[in-house]
Design a protein around this ligand. Structure first.
Ligand SMILES: NC(=O)c1ccc[n+]([C@@H]2O[C@H](COP(=O)([O-])OP(=O)(O)OC[C@H]3O[C@@H](n4cnc5c(N)ncnc54)[C@H](O)[C@@H]3O)[C@@H](O)[C@H]2O)c1
Length: 328
């Protein structure tokens, strides 16, 4: 069977990783990459592909599918354009920057009969898949709480400025994980935020979630730590039930480097480069997407499920704005 022809739209941090990874997949031809920034043209030589400075020209080519790796707020237009051009879509998380846009994308994909997958990378992370196995009702008992903590250095928030929010950039990972692991629904949210740096982003954001099954959820987010925070981040995820408890400490990657002035770990799960090639969760995700398109297999997660997290995020923003608990 022929290789599937894939293109990448948006060549920043994430799009470069997608292009790099596709260029090494056995079943894929990376036929084009697009970015409005002409300086990204050099990536076309690196990955032996064609550069487009307007993604619509890539969509007019005979590409079968695209990865959309644009800033969150531009997902909706690019995904709808891709659907109208009859191209299958892998869109980076979050599906969209609000629920209305998420529905627009889902409808466009249905109307144009193209497949749509949201790149929820933790669905491919062995730690999270094991956590899902460990949290079945017979193992964990009644769910008591799920707590997610993410703290990163301020550099990330400064780079993204108002093109994102901590809830889109980081939070959507955990909200999707909570929807998945809890086997329940988030029914209400109450949240508060603090902004002191005025870089267009939240410095800290805390949210309490009530789940249909009576459990509580907690989001504890901050992306204003000084740059010296060891490894640049502190992520962990905890699930407690009446029978067992589970936690993932994402700082522990199995390797630490200690220099005279710094303590660092290295990514050994998401997109590590192993023997010159991107491996880990991202490779498994892109392989899953391309194989599913080629062989018409089901995706691990359908977009309607991914859209639930966007609804929750809309409600968290509403709660912050109005200072009240909001039903989802
Ligand atoms: N899966 C993950 O763990 C993960 C990690 C980081 C980012 N992301 C997601 O990936 C997406 C991209 O984030 P990023 O950090 O790579 O952003 P980025 O700012 O590094 O890159 C965005 C790129 O898009 C380009 N661009 C912007 N508007 C464009 C347009 N109209 N046409 C063509 N190119 C355009 C910019 O020039 C830039 O190169 C976001 O949705 C983000 O939430 C996912």
């Amino acid at each position: 069977m022929e290789n599937i022809k894939i293109g990448v739209i948006g060549l920043g941090f994430m799009g470069d990783l997608h292009a790099n990874c596709y260029s090494t997949l056995p079943n894929v031809d990376l036929v084009g990459i697009a970015d409005k920034d002409p300086q990204k043209k050099e990536l076309a030589d690196k990955y032996n592909t064609k550069f487009y400075d307007d993604y619509k020209d890539l969509l007019s080519s005979d590409v079968d599918a695209v990865s959309v790796c644009l800033p969150d707020m531009f997902h909706v237009d690019a995904c709808c354009d891709a659907a109208k051009a009859k191209k299958h879509i892998l869109v980076e998380k979050p599906l969209a920057h609000n629920h209305e846009s998420a529905e627009k994308i889902i409808n466009a994909s249905k109307e144009n009969n193209v497949r749509l997958m949201v790149a929820h990378i933790l669905r491919f992370d062995p730690r999270c898949v094991q956590l899902y196995e460990n949290t079945s009702r017979d193992k964990i008992g009644d769910l008591i709480h799920i707590k997610a903590k993410r703290a990163t250095i301020i550099d990330v928030a400064n780079r993204l400025s108002s093109t994102s929010s901590i809830l889109y950039y980081l939070g959507v990972h955990d909200i999707d994980l909570i929807n998945w692991i809890s086997r329940s629904e988030i029914k209400s949210v109450y949240a508060k935020k603090v902004e002191k740096h005025n870089n267009g982003n939240e410095d800290s954001l805390l949210a309490i979630l009530e789940l249909e099954n009576g459990a509580l959820g907690m989001l504890d987010y901050c992306w204003s730590w000084p740059s010296a925070l060891p490894s640049g981040y502190n992520f962990n995820f905890e699930v407690l039930g009446t029978k067992t408890g589970n936690f993932i400490d994402m700082r522990d990657q199995g390797i630490w480097e200690i220099t005279q002035d710094k303590l660092s770990s290295f990514d050994t799960h998401l997109w590590p480069t192993t023997n010159g090639q991107i491996t880990g969760d991202l490779r498994d995700e892109l392989l899953h997407f391309s194989e599913a398109i080629k062989n018409q297999n089901k995706f691990l997660q359908e977009p309607d499920f991914a859209a639930k997290s966007i609804k929750v995020i809309d409600c968290i923003f509403e709660s912050i704005e109005k200072g009240i608990k909001v039903s989802v």
